[in-house]
Design a protein around this ligand. Structure first.
Ligand code: UDP
Length: 431
């Protein structure tokens, strides 16, 4: 339903379907970001259409999330899962499908917010033929990601080129942390406009509640020490480091330790291989009896797992933002995380969690040990963690900043104003 007094905007998220179940192969933070930003922008008065590639034949083309927010699945390549490193060749078809949809619906989006480099290419193509304003969020930056990888994808050069072009020609790029802004300036380009607006979390869903009740619901014992991982199975997530750190702790401690690993899809998907590899390591280390693999858990049940845990571990080699960190902290769970990317921005060391070097098994084991066995300090951190998220990372606060940015970009386009004198709105971020 498009109301005449609402400004229509498009969010483009090529591979990350905002209406999909998250936690499965390639469905993670970007899906959550686009969905929440879209839904909250609609509450702020915009009409929001979120475009993604249609992956399953049986999926509906349009999913209506609320009266003014919908997901639209466009034809671009076969209606089956295609890894994102092989999606670029289907992006011209994505552009065509987008334009056909616009014409059929009689719509014209004055502003498009693209997500990930493939969508950036789509946005720049659309910009060539119409006077749209372009805002972009990277979600993952090739120039940083490739530094932590041994095998570089054949698409790397194309991706790096497009990531530079979008920074230089978008009306504004949104960096989700000052660390990302720094990387963009030092590794991508000194030109182009950047504003820092973080990712957020649903603080009504992820919040402080009773640990005893969460444990009772999940049938965890009250005397267990629970170490939690939440996320996709992907080598760069560093689950192996956590599993090895857990085995080290288990050998040193007679306590009732349990490792709970949440996420993952079916065996025939590429992340099934990483899951099997991790399961094999767990078995080799003799940790099977103390480790639970739950598979994917939805955001309706996930808060119980966070609340039940004593510590949440994020051992990523590279993490552009890391929604799991703010979800865990919002539930009052201290975090032990790699000292990389957005995690440096969201976690306050010694106050809401600990940051250690990625892949350093001993450092992870020590960090987890410190939190598990200093209950007084852990309790203090729990409160500080929840407060930190409420003040800095609620979706409503974050989306108000995006909405103001869009208004500024649109106003400037009408005035043909070349001067970027934008000041981030001062808002009550815990609103
Ligand atoms: N997630 C989920 N269920 C799972 C595993 C993960 O809902 O079984 C969600 C998690 O809650 C978070 C997102 O997937 O919202 C992961 O985002 P993050 O930024 O941490 O990592 P990414 O997947 O983007 O690399």
């Amino acid at each position: 339903m498009l109301s005449l007094n609402r400004q229509a905007i498009a969010l483009i998220s090529d591979h990350a379907d905002p209406a999909a179940d998250v936690g499965l192969e390639e469905a993670g933070g970007q899906n959550v970001y686009v969905r929440h930003v879209g839904e909250t922008l609609a509450l702020l008065g915009w009409h929001v259409d979120m475009f993604t590639r249609k992956v399953h034949r049986d999926d509906p083309i349009i999913v209506q999330h609320s009266p003014h927010c919908r997901t639209i699945r466009l034809k671009a390549g076969a209606e089956t899962y295609i890894p994102r490193d092989r999606l670029f060749e289907y992006m011209p078809e994505f552009v065509d499908s987008f334009q056909v949809f616009q014409q059929q619906q009689g719509l014209n989006y004055p502003l498009i917010h693209t997500n990930y480099w493939l969508s950036a290419w789509v946005g720049m193509e659309l910009q060539k033929t119409s006077g749209i304003q372009l805002v972009h969020t990277y979600h993952s930056l090739g120039a940083v990601k490739y530094q932590s990888q041994v095998e570089i994808s054949p698409i790397a050069n194309t991706r790096l080129r497009i990531e530079r072009e979008i920074l230089e020609c978008a009306n504004c790029v949104v960096a989700t942390s000052p660390q990302e802004q720094e990387s963009l300036r030092s590794l991508v380009s000194t030109r182009g406009q950047i504003e820092v607006i973080p990712c957020g979390t649903d603080t009504n869903n992820f919040r402080l509640t009773s640990k005893a009740q969460a444990r009772a619901k999940l049938r965890f014992g009250n005397h267990e020490k629970i170490i939690l991982y939440v996320g996709r199975f992907d080598e760069r997530k560093g689950i192996e480091t956590l599993v090895r750190a857990f085995a080290l702790l288990k050998v040193q401690s007679s306590q009732n330790l349990k490792l709970v690993i949440i996420g993952g899809s079916s065996d025939h998907m590429p992340d099934g291989e990483e899951r099997k590899r991790i399961e094999n390591i767990v078995n080799e280390l003799g940790m099977r009896d103390f480790t639970v693999f739950t598979g994917r858990i939805g955001h309706d049940i996930l808060p119980f797992y966070y609340t039940a845990a004593d510590v949440c571990v994020i051992p990523s080699h590279y993490e552009p933002f890391g929604l799991v960190a703010i979800e865990a902290m919002a539930c009052g769970v201290p975090v032990v995380a790699s000292n990389v990317g957005g995690l440096k921005f969201t976690i306050i060391p010694e106050e809401t969690g600990l940051l250690v070097e990625p892949k350093d098994i001993k450092a992870f084991a020590n960090g987890i040990h410190r939190i598990l066995f200093d209950e007084l300090w852990a309790k203090k951190m729990s409160k500080q963690a929840a407060l930190n998220v409420n003040q800095r990372f609620s979706w409503s606060g974050v989306t108000i900043q995006l909405s103001e940015l869009y208004r500024h970009v649109l106003a400037r386009s009408i005035m043909h104003d070349q001067d970027w004198s934008y000041k981030m709105p001062s808002i009550n971020r815990s609103a």
